[in-house]
Write a protein that binds this ligand. Structure first.
Ligand code: AMP
Ligand code: FES
Ligand code: ZN
Ligand code: ZN
Length: 310
């Protein structure tokens, strides 16, 4: 296998681009794709203060590294979810990268800063841990950005993530989610801009990028996510992609070009109904936002436990 650019020995092929790359040209290829995504969707403007949500996994560390390669300075935010050894390992990788590259990494810890963990929330709500986890992440990334004057929150969602989420939303025809599924969500009252600069990059490419760049990342997947619906969609899409390379990209980019705008009205009416949460001020369709409700439920369960054991 030879590099499409220089004919030197290639280390990775990217079937949907009909290309293969040597390490040097692979890094250039990734930077080019991320640059294209950022410009095409006007994700980041000169002078923006950028916050990258860094989980310690391959995608978000690669994202932080790629942004620096494109001369975009970003600080990191790591969220401690309290998922045993998994969280310990993730924090280690996020901190190690920050230290080795002289980057600023903020940390918020669910247990010590907010009084609960993802496993505890799952137990109290009797729901899948990923639900409370996703809700807490979205809320805390936004809250942190607003409180600390960041204009943009960037996450490491890649093409495989976006295709799996899109498939789930289409299978249920969830028009609200479809309208909000976009690589850029503009800033509105109480919300910082949200961007996904890796929308053009596959999962396998991000792992390869980290190997080529010598970035150590958390390889283990979250133990609480095992068997969830999202992973099932990824497997189904991989089976289709194997037979017809390029399908995932066509699915996601076709939706963005030709489908997304059709759901604008659904999003506009949802947005018009938002008002500040009575407890924390974040925009919400009810009186109290879902995150504050979750916190209260966990606190109540704690109080009951205390009375029982006391
Ligand atoms: P996931 O929802 O685990 O697929 O992660 C999607 C993106 O959310 C990652 O690429 C990160 O940008 C961000 N993220 C996930 N977990 C964390 C965490 N514990 N701390 C900070 N950012 C995270
Ligand atoms: Fe959220 Fe696993 S990372 S449930
Ligand atoms: Zn080359
Ligand atoms: Zn709230």
């Amino acid at each position: 296998m030879k590099c499409t650019v220089c004919r030197g020995p290639a280390v990775i092929d990217v079937r949907r681009h009909n290309s293969a790359f040597c390490p040097e040209h692979f890094v250039k290829h990734c930077e080019g794709q991320v640059h294209k995504a950022i410009h095409e969707h006007r994700m980041i403007e000169r002078g923006d203060r950028v916050l990258v949500a860094v989980s310690g996994g391959k995608d978000s560390l690669a994202l932080w590294d790629l942004l620096a390669g494109l001369d975009i300075h970003a600080d990191g935010l790591y969220l401690g979810l309290g998922i045993g050894d998994y969280s310990g390992e993730s924090a280690h990788h996020a901190r190690a990268y920050a230290q080795a590259h002289g980057r600023k990494l903020h940390e918020v810890d669910l247990a010590s800063d907010l009084g609960f963990t993802v496993p505890v929330a799952a137990e109290v709500t009797h729901r899948s841990p990923c639900g409370s986890c996703g809700l807490s992440k979205r809320h805390l990334f936004n809250q942190f950005a607003i409180d600390h004057g960041y204009d943009v929150v960037a996450t490491g969602h890649n093409l495989d993530d976006e295709a799996a989420v899109l498939l789930g939303n289409v299978l249920r025809w969830d028009v609200g989610y479809l309208g909000r599924q976009h690589p850029v969500l503009p800033a509105t009252d109480g919300f910082a801009r949200k961007v996904k600069p890796l929308v053009r990059m596959g999962e396998r490419e991000m792992a390869a990028y980290c190997v080529v760049r010598g970035i150590d990342y958390q390889v283990e997947e979250c133990p609480m996510a095992a068997g969830n619906r999202h992973l099932g969609y990824k497997e189904a899409l991989n089976a289709i992609e194997e037979r017809s390379p390029g399908t995932k990209a066509a699915f996601v980019f076709g939706f963005l070009e030709r489908g997304h705008a059709r759901f604008d009205d659904d999003v506009a009416s949802e947005r018009a109904a938002l008002a500040p949460c009575q407890s924390c001020g974040a925009p919400t369709p009810g009186d109290v936002c879902a995150f504050c409700k979750l916190r209260k439920r966990v606190a109540r369960a704690d109080a009951v436990d205390d009375r029982r054991s006391g």
